[in-house]
Design a protein around this ligand. Sequence first.
Ligand SMILES: Cc1ncc(COP(=O)(O)O)c(C=O)c1O
Length: 360
Amino acid sequence: MDRVYNFSAGPSTLPVEVLQEAAADMLNYKGCGMSVMEMSHRSQDFQDIIDAAESDLRDLMNIPDNYKVLFLQGGGTLQFSMVPINLLRNTKKADYIVTGNWANKAYQEATKFGDVIAAASSKDKNFTYIPKVGKDAFRKDADYVYITTNNTIYGTRYNYIPDTGDITLAADQSSNFLSEEYNVEDFGLIYAGAQKNVGPAGVTIVIIRDDLLGFAPESTPIYLDYKTHADKGSMYNTPPCYSIYIAGLTFKWIKKMGGVKGIEQHNIEQAEKLYSAIDNSSLFTCPVVKEDRSRMNAVFVTGDKDLDAKFVAEAREHGIVNIKGHRSVGGLRASIYNAMPDEGVDALIDFMKKFEMENK
Ligand SMILES: Cc1ncc(COP(=O)(O)O)c(C=O)c1O
């Protein structure tokens, strides 16, 4: 069977070259006689894999030396807990910007650990925009401010970084990690689950500034203290070895694509093409305000549930899959992460036009 165009929000499409390289290495990784899945995490071969992955990520994101890169487990969801446990280190106050389901889950979880408020939210308009906030929106003595740079379900993206002054900024970049350039120094902590732009589910990458380490309360379970992992080079316990290996291959692929800058340009072009097809259509509409539209997850609707369902079903026949909106919002969603080929976006647009003609 030919490969389909997979618009899944995650786990999602990976670069074919990465999958081919993994396939070639499957039984005998670089002559060592075994698969990476079978390898001790204490072996030199695996140490080389994780070291290369870290070093390539540092290059790609220009990560300064005073930041640690951690490869953890537990997905984005465990970070909803680890962030407050570790970063509520003085006043135990944190200010969250709630821009969708995942931001809200992170906020709700954080309220268990301190004096945590929603400093801003876009719930009033069903999360179809990103609130524009500055320093005044936050409590001056907050330990940190938390944002979700790309909202996977609602299809929004911050087109600016909130100025938090001296307050540490923490960001969930799960669904736009490595898809656009960021200045790491604008953040005290960045995290991202791998299963969108990086590799298979199983590894979560955390980038954290050194001075934020070491403040978890003494009762903190050892795995939940970032310092545990920072002190042991992500090898306190068995790391998600295979996911780290694929992430490493993806980092090399991004380098070949012109680095994050190159990928970002490519992502802008794909997103513009898709949104312009939606905006020029008389059947489909995008509920998100133009300036806050995600370049990774394009949300759109026909306005008729049955027609949406028909679109999803017929798209499948054209090799276009996982185009259904998240179960909490319905409608349609095309996730066009880094590895989505141009042909996939073109096929989707062609099919949208055909569907519109047939269903006017
Ligand atoms: C922005 C964002 N944050 C967090 C999560 C939760 O990630 P996980 O399923 O790895 O726990 C998701 C999942 O899609 C997400 O899109």
